[in-house]
Design a protein around this ligand. Structure first.
Ligand SMILES: Cc1ncc(COP(=O)(O)O)c(C=O)c1O
Length: 385
């Protein structure tokens, strides 16, 4: 082992190993069923793999243009028009990224400056606040509470100050699994009207939305779209989180700034996968089945837990089910998640990890993007508790 001879001041002094790494590590160690991290355990479409293979064999193995292959940007423009009635220019308003997280990070780096305030709704995906801090900004957290995690837009209005540079929304939400409605979007449009606030909309779970609801993308609301950067993930949509592929949409002025940072951050994303996605994305059938597919998984998992001592929270979108364990123990959620992994063999994520102030609502998050046998085995273990 090397002993470092230099001293550095940490840029993220409060950040340690993330709970995802801890819980997945523990799951492996204990040979537990891992429903902690948000990744599917079923296969990627063989047709998509075949297309990537072909792209590589055809020589698509060098840097793509910095904003991404134009064929893929055109396919995204078509998809966005079809789904949301929103027009984005593939030349200037769409950029391919190395996953949703890179898009979020680059968007924040490009637009948030020292002292800028960024409103984040907790429980929040864990990359938002550190990215804001690295950009010199100040995360301002608004805590949303179970079971519905509704946003009080009056509270948001009161939280906005002259320093507010950005509001980050996540729809459908991880870990809340809640979905923003048209009224939410109209309220957001109203309170940002006449301000200089950028909306960063994380829509990586756009296709995982249940019970006949329609995904309300910010891109569907022209006034909002004009101030928004919108983030998507091919990893989430095509069961391939390990590929780290995604994209971002936004008006030219914002996208120009985004690309200035993107070019020095990654320059460009994986070329053969982009080439394959250009073809694959053009067929709606490759994503239109997702709502039904994941609704079945949600319902399958929840139905098996009806006889358990857990309370099942409403799950409106995303592939996460929250379970309230307050009838079982008063332990802190992190302690209980660890004990459950060790003693009962099921790994989850304690929801307090998604709150800045560590609010413990006695909730654990379980990822149900798993094959039926895994969900059944996990549910059987949970029902024995
Ligand atoms: C809300 C949210 N945004 C972004 C991401 C990251 O997407 P990607 O894997 O494409 O970087 C995740 C992944 O878990 C997520 O849950």
């Amino acid at each position: 082992m090397l002993t470092s001879t230099v001293n550095i001041t940490s840029k993220l002094p409060h950040v340690g190993t993330t709970i995802f790494t801890i819980m997945s590590g523990l799951a492996n160690e204990c040979k537990a069923i891992n429903l902690s991290q948000g990744f599917p355990n079923f296969a990627v479409s063989p047709a998509l793999i075949e297309l990537i293979n072909k792209s590589m064999c055809d020589g698509m193995n060098q840097y793509s243009p910095m904003p991404g292959l134009i064929t893929l940007r055109e396919a995204i423009a078509k998809k966005t028009l079809l789904r949301f009635g929103a027009q984005y220019n593939p030349e200037t308003e769409i950029t391919i990224t190395s996953g949703g997280t890179q898009a979020l990070f680059t968007a924040i780096m490009a637009t948030v400056s020292k002292g800028d305030e960024v409103i984040i709704f907790d429980p929040a995906y864990d990359s938002y606040a550190p990215a804001v801090e690295l950009a010199g900004g100040v995360p301002i957290h608004i805590a949303l509470m179970p079971p519905n995690f509704n946003i009080d837009w009056n509270e948001v209005q009161q939280t906005i100050s002259t320093q507010t540079r950005m509001i980050i929304i996540n729809n459908p939400g991880n870990p809340s699994s809640q979905v923003l409605t048209k009224d939410d979007m109209i309220a957001l449009q109203k309170i940002t009207d006449g301000t200089n606030i950028i909306v960063l909309s994380d829509e990586v779970y756009e296709h995982i939305i249940f019970d006949g609801q329609q995904h309300q993308s910010v891109s569907m609301f022209p006034q909002l779209a004009a101030r928004s950067l919108v983030v998507y993930s091919f990893g989430k949509t095509f069961h391939a989180t390990g590929w780290k592929m995604g994209y971002i949409l936004g008006p030219q002025m914002l996208m120009t700034e985004f690309r200035k940072v993107h070019q020095f951050n990654v320059f460009s994303a994986n070329t053969p996968i982009q080439a394959a996605l250009s073809v694959f994305l053009s067929d709606e059938n490759n994503y239109n089945y997702l709502e039904k597919f994941f609704a079945q998984k949600r319902d399958y998992f929840a139905s098996m837990l009806l006889s358990s001592r857990f309370k099942i929270l409403p799950c409106c979108g995303s592939y996460f089910q929250l379970l309230d364990y307050s009838a079982i123990t008063t332990e802190h959620d992190k302690d209980y998640a660890i004990r459950m992994t060790k003693e009962n063999g099921v790994a989850s994520i304690p929801v307090s990890a998604f709150y800045k102030n560590g609010t413990d609502n006695k909730l654990l998050r379980f990822c149900f993007a798993k094959d039926d046998a895994t969900l059944q085995a996990a549910a059987e273990r949970l029902c024995k508790i």
